[in-house]
Unconditional design. Structure first.
Length: 280
């Protein structure tokens, strides 16, 4: 039977962004700040003249839902979903309400039940985060955190602190959707600023090669990408995490694989529903 602490870290990693984000909840991340290299963007004036980024999005839309099986080696541990649930107004801006859920299956729930929900409000025009909420129920552990992004003044309100961040910073869930909007090609490197659990750091995403992958949801032509950040703990920057996203406009995460200290984990796409694109 897998170690409970390892399983806890495993499911925590899935809930905040299957495919590109598990590394952030497996490890203790060293704080670092780097300027993001932004592509596929043009400038568009905000109503108050402060926010001026427009990112074209042909990757996802409202009611997109991705479902995954979470496996520890050959053992199924549970399921996770990523959903663009709604289009809402926040800070006088249209925003995607993105929701991630993770649940342990009946076997694991007998000794360690997991029922987690994470939500991001992501600007639908500029593709950056406004608000992040994480509600975790894991065994006897309970946690509920909310932090807000003041993108106009480039600060995050986290607990009782106000922390300076780079402009257009992402949270642990919105970053996945921002990367999906990028025109990824083999050999590319994408840099994105992130804020997660009180820490502001740069993420580097490297696009390695094309591969055809078969999962329960089907067979897909994919790009193999690798997210890397300065870190300590179970993952090192040498890269232990591999993510396959579809090599088309969707950049849909199909499979994530990672080796840990003991064994390996994977998140495999089992079903998907495409969303409706919006014009802004």
């Amino acid at each position: 039977m897998p170690d409970k602490n390892l399983f806890q870290k495993f499911l925590l990693s899935i809930v905040v962004g299957v495919g590109l984000l598990p590394i952030f909840y497996f490890v203790s991340v060293e704080v670092g700040i780097a300027e993001a290299a932004l592509t596929a963007e043009t400038e568009m004036a905000d109503a108050d003249g402060v926010i001026g980024r427009y990112v074209e999005n042909v990757a996802f839309g409202i009611e997109e839902k991705l479902s995954f099986d979470i496996n520890y080696g050959f053992i199924n541990a549970g399921t996770a979903t990523l959903e663009v649930a709604n289009l809402v107004e926040y800070e006088n801006r249209p925003c995607y309400q993105i929701v991630s859920r993770a649940n342990s299956n009946s076997f694991f729930s007998t000794f360690y039940k997991v029922d987690d929900r994470v939500e991001s409000l992501m600007d639908a025009i500029g593709m950056f985060s406004w608000r992040f909420e994480k509600k975790l129920s894991e065994g006897s552990y309970r946690s509920h955190r909310i932090y807000t992004f003041d993108q106009r003044n480039q600060v995050v309100h986290y607990k009782s602190d106000t922390i300076s961040v780079a402009e257009y910073v992402q949270d642990a869930l919105s970053v996945l959707y921002y990367v999906r909007t990028q025109d990824l090609k083999v050999g590319d490197t994408v840099y994105v600023d992130n804020f997660t659990d009180g820490k502001h750091y740069p993420l580097k995403v490297v696009v390695h090669k094309r591969e055809t992958m078969t999962v329960e949801a089907g067979t897909f032509d994919c790009l193999l990408v690798e997210p890397m950040t300065r870190s300590v703990g179970l993952f090192k920057q040498s890269g232990k995490l591999k993510v396959w996203v579809t090599d088309d406009r969707l950049k849909m995460p199909v499979l994530m694989k990672s080796k840990v200290v003991v064994g390996s984990i994977s998140a495999e796409l089992t079903d998907y529903q495409l969303g409706e694109l919006e014009a802004f």
